[in-house]
Ligand binder design. Structure first.
Ligand code: FES
Length: 273
């Protein structure tokens, strides 16, 4: 067993009343692999998306595709976009990257997501590092105090996430055109945006808040057959929430990378028809 560590005697897991186990944990498997991998994956995405959000403005659009990081474009400093949601609500006073205006919503949605909370509490704060592994912190207040009590805002971010998914759906529909704007064409980029929006919807609808909105606060399911059916569907997605969280995170990064590569001239989009 591992050497005793963690909080000082009398604190945390060594508080009076807790089982007197000197070892930090009794696990013999590679329990650290999962949080380490999670932390690595999250840091990689944070690094990539930060770079793209701040410096990707002029490679955010490659007709007829638009990067999901830059949609909708709400500032006047977007490059002349002939596709995607382009509403200059913010006017010309906004001089920073327009991605920063919109990314706050998917970022807030994912940051407060029940799955991501578990993931980054474990990966970055060791709180706890893994199941049945004592955390090093002396006290535990859960999410009952500031700032973590703000995690309750998740249900509101869910409504914004629906709007964002709707806008990305609009972009995915506009991708069924050729670069000249004629309908009925598809390239590899069309499929990339399509796969991305399917995964974004699956992740958004698998949200625990969505499950509660759809099927919660009912006394009798038998009196609400439609909601019961929807709740069952959302429940099936919800059981895969972690997988959908990763799949959609990767797909949004890939969709942005694809547009970046097209826009920077690395290759031209192979046309399918
Ligand atoms: Fe993960 Fe709502 S719980 S998105």
């Amino acid at each position: 067993a591992a050497a005793p560590s963690g909080p000082a005697p009398g604190r945390g897991v060594h508080s009076p009343g807790r089982a007197a186990i000197a070892a930090r944990h009794l696990r013999t498997d590679r329990w650290w692999a999962s949080p380490a991998l999670t932390g690595f994956g999250l840091l990689a995405f944070i690094g990539y998306s930060t770079w793209r959000a701040f410096f990707g403005l002029h490679t955010a659009y490659a007709a007829p595709y638009v990067s999901p990081f830059y949609s909708p474009c709400l500032a006047a400093n977007c490059p002349a976009m002939k596709s995607g949601a382009d509403w200059a609500l913010f006017g010309s006073w906004w001089q920073l990257s327009p991605a920063l205006i919109v990314l706050i919503f998917p970022l807030g949605f994912r940051l407060t997501c029940y799955y991501y909370r578990k993931a980054y509490y474990r990966a970055f704060w060791s709180s706890p590092p893994a199941c049945a592994v004592a955390e090093p912190h002396a006290s535990y207040s859960g999410e009952t105090r500031f700032p973590l009590i703000l995690q309750n805002i998740h249900r509101y971010f869910f409504y914004f996430a629906i709007v964002v998914a709707g806008i990305l759906t609009y972009d995915a529909v506009l991708a069924w055109r050729n670069p000249a704007g004629q309908w009925g064409h598809a390239g590899v980029g069309t499929l990339v945006l399509l796969a991305n929006i399917v995964l974004i919807w699956a992740y958004t609808l698998s949200c625990h808040s969505c499950r509660h909105i759809v099927g919660g606060r009912l006394r009798h399911f038998s009196k609400h057959p439609v909601r019961y059916r929807m709740w069952n569907l959302v429940g099936k997605l919800n059981a895969r929430h972690m997988q959908l969280a990763w799949a959609s995170l990767i797909s949004v990064g890939v969709a942005d990378l694809y547009v970046y590569l097209l826009a920077s001239g690395a290759f031209t989009d192979p046309r399918i028809f």
